[in-house]
Design a protein around this ligand. Structure first.
Ligand code: FAD
Length: 404
């Protein structure tokens, strides 16, 4: 049975991640928000520390890497609190420190989650230590990812990739990119495969970096692929086009990355709540968890409502990750977690700006930054509206053609 408390075995990891966030991310948070596109060199040491923690086997990685569905010899029915739960809990803590810096962490890219989800054992071994960005979005295709136009054509023992990808997180700094491309547009979504393309491939060009509202420490790149040749063994997963399983292969990535994005929103919102509580208390507002909100000041009642909403998001995040650890299909729960946490993240962080007035809006505190940073978490890896659509389809038993 699921128990939505932080498991005791992960308490040390959560505490460790919190300490790193407090002592290493928070102090450089404002600096790299202002110095957009400058690589936070302090992350090199932190990433090495995280690699060390992961190698002990004590965790599934403090970043976005440890999300593979492990096979296990345990008895069916045995409850596991594994790598996925460890990942979302530690990612939330790191984003309590700074979401953009977490997204900039070497070797912890969203592409690494894609590799963990769909690569075979041999590829996993070969790609060990790579830092992989993830490139799905194109100038004409965002939410409708089944319509991507980037092509991959087999030529001997290579694929030749042509197309343009935009808004690739860590697209400049990562050393490889997981690229979604179609093997045959006529065959629809089943023909979409992902490929690991190394950044030094001569057919790959980083065209520009985007200036953004939030997560400014994270680089966001536009990348073109021109007759970009990749070895056939860098197609992730199976090269077969199985029209029965449709989009299932590539989409499996999202079941793992959406709880992670939910975790980012949970962490960023928690940071806002913690600081807001301190600022309200300094201003003389008493927040009493033992009394009904309606009998307290408007500020205290609002704060309690925000905290309750945040709890809901955190529980859904944990449920989606726990299901992945226990090898239960979690597409529905991953989308629920992402939808709830994405909305709550934006709502909580902006409401905290409101509650703290001029201090909330000023750069004297990080509240305004967190409100800017959290918005993307309701957009990338599938927007709020798309998550709701997926949830509706799953609950009503309708296909994407029947409910669009
Ligand atoms: C900072 C940043 C980082 C990013 N990082 C990455 C990355 O690393 N890799 C990557 O591949 N992409 C990345 N993206 C792209 C992101 O995933 C897309 O922006 C997102 O999927 C939405 O696509 P779109 O922008 O084309 O909007 P559209 O799909 O055009 O949607 C526009 C609006 O319409 C709504 N909408 C669309 N379809 C429907 C529907 N059927 N029903 C109801 N509403 C609908 C959407 O919710 C949205 O509000 C990033 C984007 C940003 C801003």
């Amino acid at each position: 049975m699921i128990n939505l408390e932080t498991p005791r075995k992960h308490a040390g990891l959560v505490d460790q991640a919190h300490q790193l966030a407090m002592n290493m991310l928070r102090p450089i948070s404002r600096k790299y928000d202002r110095a957009e596109h400058t690589y936070p060199k302090e992350l090199d040491m932190l990433a090495a520390l995280i690699d060390g923690v992961s190698e002990t086997g004590a965790t599934g990685g403090a970043g976005a890497g440890g999300v593979r569905r492990e096979t296990s010899s345990e008895e069916p029915g045995t409850v596991r609190n594994g790598a996925n739960l460890a990942s979302v809990l530690s990612v939330a803590e790191m984003c309590w420190g700074d979401t953009a810096l977490l997204l900039s962490m070497p070797r912890q890219g969203l592409g690494n989650s894609a590799i963990a989800s769909v690569a075979n054992e041999e590829q996993l071994e070969r790609y060990k230590g790579t830092w992989a960005a993830m490139a799905i979005t194109e100038p004409g295709t965002g939410s409708d990812s089944a319509n991507i136009t980037t092509t991959a054509v087999k030529d001997g023992d290579e694929y030749v990739i042509n197309g343009e990808k935009i808004y690739v997180t860590s697209g400049e700094r990562a050393d490889s990119v997981v690229v979604w491309a179609t093997l045959d547009k006529e065959l629809g979504r089943a023909a979409i495969k992902s490929f690991l393309v190394r950044k030094d491939n001569p057919g790959l060009t980083v065209e520009r970096l985007e200036h953004k509202l939030g997560i400014r420490a994270s680089d966001t790149a536009a990348i073109t692929f021109t007759d970009c040749r990749v070895p056939a063994e860098d197609l992730l997963g199976s090269p077969e086009i199985d029209t029965k399983s449709g989009f299932a292969g590539a989409m499996a990535t999202f079941d793992n990355t959406r709880p992670l994005v939910a975790a980012m929103a949970v962490g960023c919102a928690r940071a806002s709540l913690d600081l807001t509580r301190d600022l309200l208390e300094q201003a003389g507002v008493v927040i009493d968890h033992d009394r009904p909100p309606q009998s307290q000041s408007a500020a205290a009642a609002t704060f309690l409502r925000l905290e309750a909403d945040w709890e809901g998001a955190k529980l859904l995040m944990m449920q989606a990750a726990w299901m992945a650890d226990n090898r239960l299909p979690n597409s529905l729960e991953a989308s629920m977690a992402k939808a709830k946490a994405g909305r709550v993240g934006s709502d909580v962080t902006l409401s905290c700006v409101q509650l703290c007035g001029t201090l909330g809006y000023s750069e004297a505190e990080l509240l305004e930054k967190w409100a800017r940073d959290s918005k993307i978490l309701d957009i990338f890896e599938g927007t709020q509206q798309i998550q709701q659509l997926i949830v509706a389809r799953r609950i009503l038993g309708l296909t994407s053609a029947e409910l669009r």
